[in-house]
Write a protein that binds this ligand. Structure first.
Ligand SMILES: Cc1cc2nc3c(=O)[nH]c(=O)nc-3n(C[C@H](O)[C@H](O)[C@H](O)COP(=O)(O)OP(=O)(O)OC[C@H]3O[C@@H](n4cnc5c(N)ncnc54)[C@H](O)[C@@H]3O)c2cc1C
Length: 568
């Protein structure tokens, strides 16, 4: 718009913001954390629009029902978690272990696979050490018992030899040479037996001491790598990682899941005191007059040789039970399109056969179909899920300085179910519960009442009797037709390159995206551009990534249509 273009924004929802959504001015049910302040463009935006940012206190006590996990145990297990995670990275970097061979096919390993391998190795090592310890005790006991037997035998031998020796000494009759020889042999044997006795006794004493040492260590020699409680706490940390990555660890590429780590902004994790809605609203009202069409679902994007045609339909007039009716749609002819459809919607748009009833409403027809390389990248990358429950109580019943508290699940299977509660926003009696990993999809199948009951029973276990719950709200980002998930992740088989493929603009098919100097491609310029969190390799899955990708494409479009005046 600042470049002088006429811009129309088609937004299918009845509100702005997409996956930024401050529910009822109470809590962010979409993006919440400004992930690292140093170098983060959201910081600049926040300053420009007067958005008050506050640091999140990262201290997060973990609750096992009504008791808080002991601080030292908590720290030990956090270290275990970090060590295991680092080991998976070593597996990739040092051992180059990234795939497994199943049915003669190389299948990329997931982060979940990697973690399971490392845990199994540790478990095996602990079992082996324990077995060795028991073996040492057994071995020691065995030798000690044999040595004690020897000692007894030696005592008898010594007594017999000594009796003979004494008898010979006491005899008054002079020994003939044969007797003298027998006397000396007996004396020699007696001395040998005494020496052997002393050595064996010493050996027994040493063995007894060693046995005592070993037995005293039995209590401290671990029988298992992780106790049942340890495993539950470790699972909490895994759930926390599933929250950050937006999916089960079993879906993430072991090799590439953290490919954007080097670009993460340092500094404190922040939140917007009054919610992040303001970010989207300010961009929409930021001094320029956009034409924003709310409730307008784009149905098709058709590329023509000199532009594109958009078909959009008014969602309010749509009979959601029937399929969309193209007769009601309006068409717009434009020079170029910037497509920011979420990855979930893109997946649903290109995979006609996998459409379910739940996501049959929102898919966009690309004419001609998107290029093969882009479709493959859309399919390879993952689009996860994360849900939140906003709980509005009559009054605050938690420590206001504690912004986060964790709920340690009883089972690995549902470790992400309501695993974290936040209490930061506006100092209101509002808590937000998080549902991550596999549980995010599973709980979308439950009704709101069931999810609310789960929240209340967990909180009652933690805090005892609760004040009255005045209202609550449950998100379902996967079932939400306009997002069809939470944010992108590097799935097994995908790489960082796939984000680049998604960012690649598309031109009319009679040209192509390579500069091969034929006449058609000289004239045909890209008309379809792509932005959104799933198109930015170094900052995916974030608000700042989405923002930067939009700026990148705005510059690309301006360069293409206005030229680059600074180039000589
Ligand atoms: C629960 C949750 C928690 C998150 N937490 C964080 C966080 O803490 N920090 C962080 O940085 N990021 C977080 N994110 C990610 C962040 O919200 C997104 O990366 C970012 O908002 C994506 O912006 P976008 O413009 O790419 O997509 P969107 O915001 O989804 O915008 C795409 C728009 O397209 C619209 N649309 C879809 N289909 C059509 C159609 N057919 N026609 C017209 N319009 C259509 C949608 O309604 C939507 O408004 C979170 C996301 C979720 C869901």
């Amino acid at each position: 718009k600042y470049f002088g273009f006429d811009v129309i924004i088609f937004e299918a929802r009845n509100r702005l913001g997409g996956r930024i959504w401050t529910y009822d001015q109470k809590a962010d049910v979409g993006a919440f954390v400004i992930t690292g302040l140093l170098g983060n463009p959201i910081r600049v935006l926040a300053k420009q629009i007067n958005l008050e940012l506050r640091p999140i206190n990262q201290k997060c006590p973990l609750y096992l029902k009504n008791s808080v996990v002991d601080k030292s145990k908590d720290e030990v297990l956090e270290n275990v978690f970090n060590t295991i995670l680092e080991s998976t990275s070593d597996m990739v970097k040092e051992k180059n272990l990234t795939t497994t061979n199943m049915d003669d096919l190389d299948r990329p390993l997931s982060l979940g696979d990697g973690l399971a391998i490392i845990i199994e190795l540790h478990e095996r090592q602990v079992r082996q050490e324990h077995l060795k310890h028991l073996n040492d005790i057994y071995f020691c006991q065995d030798i000690l018992s044999k040595s004690l037997d020897t000692l007894k035998e030696l005592e008898t031998t010594i007594e017999e030899l000594y009796d003979k020796h004494r008898e010979a000494l006491q005899s008054k009759i002079a020994r003939n040479p044969k007797q003298e020889y027998a006397f000396r042999v007996n004396r020699y044997d007696l001395n040998r037996a005494i020496e052997l006795y002393k050595a064996t006794k010493q050996k027994c004493e040493h063995l007894e001491k060693r046995l005592k040492d070993l037995e005293s260590k039995t209590k401290t020699t671990p029988i298992e790598y992780l106790s049942a409680i340890d495993r539950r706490i470790l699972d909490w940390h895994f759930a926390n990682l599933e929250f950050a990555t937006g999916t089960s660890l079993n879906n993430l590429s072991l090799q590439h899941w953290d490919m954007d780590d080097d670009y993460a902004f340092a500094g404190p994790q922040m939140y917007a005191k009054d919610g992040q809605n303001q970010v989207a609203l300010s961009l929409a009202n930021g001094g320029v007059d956009f034409e924003i069409k709310l409730n307008q679902m784009v149905q098709s994007i058709t590329l023509t040789s000199n532009g594109a045609e958009i078909q959009a339909i008014n969602v309010e007039k749509l009979d959601k039970t029937s399929n969309k009716k193209s007769s009601q749609s309006t068409s717009y002819n434009v020079d170029a399109v910037l497509c920011t459809l979420p990855l979930g919607v893109l997946k649903n748009s290109i995979n006609t056969t996998q459409r379910t009833e739940a996501n049959s409403l929102n898919w966009v027809q690309f004419k001609p179909p998107l290029p093969d390389y882009k479709c493959k990248a859309i399919n390879r990358l993952g689009f996860g899920n994360l849900n939140k429950v906003v709980l509005v109580f009559e009054k605050i019943f938690w420590d206001l300085n504690t912004h986060l508290f964790g709920n340690v699940s009883t089972m690995t299977k549902n470790r992400g179910e309501l695993f974290l509660f936040t209490s930061v926003q506006r100092q209101q009696p509002v808590l937000v519960a998080f549902i991550a990993g596999d549980a995010a999809d599973e709980l979308e199948q439950m009704n709101d009442e069931q999810i609310k009951s789960k929240c209340l029973s967990i909180l009652t276990e933690m805090f005892g009797q609760l004040p009255i719950l005045k209202s609550y709200f449950v998100t379902r980002w996967k079932s939400d037709p306009w997002s069809q998930g939470s944010y992108s992740y590097v799935a097994r088989g995908a790489t960082g390159d796939d984000f680049d493929y998604l960012a690649e603009p598309v031109l009319h098919p009679s040209g192509n995206n390579n500069n091969n100097n034929n006449n058609a491609s000289d004239q045909l310029i890209p008309r379809l551009f792509f932005a959104g969190e799933h198109t930015i390799r170094n900052y995916p899955s974030t608000v700042h990534g989405a923002l930067l990708s939009g700026l990148r494409e705005a510059a690309k479009i301006a360069n293409q249509f206005l030229g680059i005046p600074y180039l000589k």
